[in-house]
Design a protein around this ligand. Structure first.
Ligand SMILES: [Zn+2]
Length: 66
């Protein structure tokens, strides 16, 4: 039998994060499974970076949009 415990995960693996750039205060929605460096639309500063499956927030995380 195949184990079904994966179906019991409380949250999906992916979600969207609202991140504020620490450089120019621009607010931007970032996909949590982003596969590369995410840059601010306002000033170009990096606001999120993928670190082997998990996104590292470089700006300020305002909220999570599931
Ligand atoms: Zn910015």
């Amino acid at each position: 039998m195949v184990k079904r415990e994966r179906l019991m995960l409380p949250k999906p693996r992916s979600s969207f994060l609202l991140i504020q750039c620490s450089n120019c205060s621009n607010e931007q929605v970032v996909f949590s499974n982003a596969t590369m460096l995410v840059k601010c639309n306002g000033c170009g500063a990096p606001i999120a970076q993928n670190t082997g499956g998990r996104v590292k927030i470089l700006g300020t995380l305002l909220k999570r949009l599931d």
